[in-house]
Ligand binder design. Structure first.
Ligand SMILES: [Zn+2]
Length: 304
């Protein structure tokens, strides 16, 4: 077991062996892969189901049962699907949920004619499909709230792990109903900062990340075409980045500070308008894709 840093300082000031990873499965199978190291899991000496955080989330958001066994499907309604135990990590698959979708029933506004009867234009309620448009936010809330239950433990974990590589980033979510109160924040570790700073130029957009953000958006909410230019992931000075996605106003993830403190090896990030689960999930997909790219770059350097 390699020792962790002092925890409360996080990975902004020193590296620590990995206890949690967030990766993206790919645009062919849009899903997050969430990996928790067994050393981290062993450190949780209580049943998460009975914790105040889980009880508050469950009653406030009217959520289903929380499954707290890490050897099984995990989280609210078991929305984190247990897939495998591998190399000291327990892996969960979190499929990007469909939130807005058409069903095989006629649109209640145009009665299936696809047109607005008064103007003759395309029916805006069904986007000219003639079919009924439905919304179901329940799975997206289960995902966001499960992260909100586990990420406080991830944020303050300080015991290290036997993983042979370091923690790339950490993140922390808050899930609330309504327009405000939800949030996403975290820390970027030294390898991601170094990769952004040395393998990219200031002002570069990273198309691989923008592409996965768009896919996640489309799976959840439908076509992203009219917002196409509003998805951004831009490299900035000092290994910083800004990510933006266009859901009811622009949601942004940005560094807590643009200046690099001399003691820092990583940095903290924050966000605005990351209130609802869909925005959080798009941004988590961006962070997961970034992690995967840095991981691949690090492993190709080792094998060369
Ligand atoms: Zn219609």
């Amino acid at each position: 077991m390699r020792e962790g840093n002092n925890g409360f300082m996080g990975i902004t000031y020193s590296d620590s062996p990995c206890w949690c990873e967030l990766l993206y499965a790919g645009n062919d199978y849009p899903a997050l892969i969430f990996r928790l190291h067994e050393d981290f899991i062993k450190s949780i000496d209580f049943d998460l189901r009975n914790s105040a955080v889980v009880k508050d989330l469950k009653s406030e958001l009217n959520l289903p049962e929380f499954m707290s066994d890490f050897n099984n499907d995990f989280g609210f309604n078991g929305v984190f699907k247990h897939i495998v135990k591998k190399d000291g990590f327990v892996e969960f698959l979190i499929k990007i949920p469909k939130i807005r979708f058409f069903v095989d029933e006629k649109c209640g506004i145009c009665s299936g004619s696809k047109q607005d009867s008064s103007t003759g234009l395309e029916c805006s309620f069904c986007e000219g499909t003639g079919r009924k448009l439905c919304q179901d936010w329940s799975t997206a809330f289960n995902i966001s709230a499960t992260f909100s239950a586990i990420t406080p433990l991830i944020k303050f974990y300080k015991r290290g792990s036997s993983a042979p590589f370091n923690q790339l980033l950490t993140f922390f979510t808050i899930t609330r109903k309504g327009l405000q109160g939800g949030s996403l924040s975290g820390e970027i570790g030294s390898s991601i900062r170094h990769w952004l700073d040395h393998e990219n130029k200031v002002g570069d957009e990273i198309p691989e990340i923008i592409s996965t953000m768009k896919t996640a958006y489309e799976v959840m909410l439908g076509s992203s075409q009219r917002y196409s230019r509003s998805f951004r992931f831009v490299v900035r000075e000092n290994g910083r980045f800004v990510a933006e996605c266009p859901i009811i106003g622009t949601c942004s993830v940005y560094p807590y500070s643009w200046e690099a403190d001399i003691r820092e090896i990583g940095y903290k990030f924050s966000s605005s308008n990351s209130d609802d689960p869909a925005r959080q999930i798009v941004m988590l997909v961006a962070l997961a894709t970034l992690s995967g790219m840095v991981k691949m770059s690090n492993s190709s350097k080792k094998t060369n």
